[in-house]
Ligand binder design. Sequence first.
Ligand SMILES: *[C@@H]1O[C@H](CO)[C@@H](O)[C@H](O)[C@H]1NC(C)=O
Ligand SMILES: *[C@@H]1O[C@H](CO)[C@@H](O)[C@H](O)[C@H]1NC(C)=O
Length: 425
Amino acid sequence: MPSLEEELFPSTPGKFKDRNRHFHRCFASTSTMFLWALFLIALTASYLCFQSFMDSGNRYFTSTWGGHHWERNVINSAQIRRSHGGMSVLVTGAAGFVGSHVSLALKKRGDGVVGIDNFNNYYDPSLKKARKNLLTQNSIFIVDGDINDSKLLVKLFDIARFTHVMHLAAQAGVRYAMENPGSYIHSNIAGLVSLLEVCKNSNPQPAIVWASSSSVYGLNEKVPFSESDRTDQPASLYAATKKAGEEITHTYNHIYGLSITGLRFFTVYGPWGRPDMAYFSFTRNILQGKPITVYRGKNRVDLARDFTYIDDVVKGCIGSLDTSGKSTGSGGKKRGPAPYRIFNLGNTSPVTVPMMVAMLEKHLKVKAKKNFVVMPGNGDVPFTHANISSARKEFGYKPTTDLQTGLKKFVKWYLSYYGYDQGKL
Ligand SMILES: *[C@@H]1O[C@H](CO)[C@@H](O)[C@H](O)[C@H]1NC(C)=O
Ligand SMILES: *[C@@H]1O[C@H](CO)[C@@H](O)[C@H](O)[C@H]1NC(C)=O
């Protein structure tokens, strides 16, 4: 039987010495080979480890949701902290103007609130971050995510039992639609449907209150605007997507028994407002000594808006949530008729844009440089005026802040937020 050595290194007769030397050399080179192999294996293994570390690292850093800590935050924030009639509300667009105010108001009375916001850069995201900080200080957790991310929504409904959804996330603005039409489809159509899909599948289904818009009245000329007036003549893509939202929510109410309340907001303004709105950008320009563009209708008719103060709108949102009634479906199936409601949330006293500017001048103690320009036919409507009798009847909606008072509060906030020395004004 050949020895192991012979088996590996077949003998060459008469060359024992050589063979022996050969053997040693070979042995040395095998062990080198072995070491090399070991080295390569180690290298591959560490490369694979590194790869998977990078993968999970990427997942961890690019997607901002998930994980034990994140789930605890969601659960805590969704917790109801009052004994009677408390609700647990998912607020979409919670870092937005109306969203942040509604979240704070709900939390204050002990309701559970979880926010979601994608912090897009349609306007200065630092303002959204600042609103988020305000909410965080009040123990409200905001998820950084998109409502068109179904996986995220499913996860949220998995870990928190939301009784209500306050859907305020949207792409706003009428003129921006000509620049970025896709954004309106993404948020106001695709995002809405993805949210409704998750709501209809969840058990129990939440009741949904969401932001439509007074812009759905479009070219309607009958004043004041009542909910039953025609809304089939939108003047902007924004208005069209909001109108589509009313129709889409209607089908989810009809087919799946979701309780739906649509709120047609009329030019909401106030502290922490949206920088893309006229009263806000006018304030900025007036303070910086820059001219402002004031649009006028045909025949020099001033535009007028039914400006509605944020606190009044918040009361309307909460009144809607409190009276929403239950969704009736379960397991994705309708079990009976559910409420479908639409309300105007306005102020019922339109003010012309030049009058609004005069109020700002008074509060800022600076004269505005006004450029009057004929309104281009690109989305704005000449006037808005709400009939709010439905909301008054249904949940006692009664706006109490006139534009003069509301703008005073806005200016006070603006000066403090942007660090103006209020003593000098
Ligand atoms: C919304 O999300 C779906 C997947 O859930 C995706 O297919 C679609 O492209 C998204 N829509 C928009 C407009 O971003
Ligand atoms: C306001 O709307 C109600 C229905 O909600 C209607 O009965 C009333 O006539 C409207 N008022 C005006 C002034 O149009």
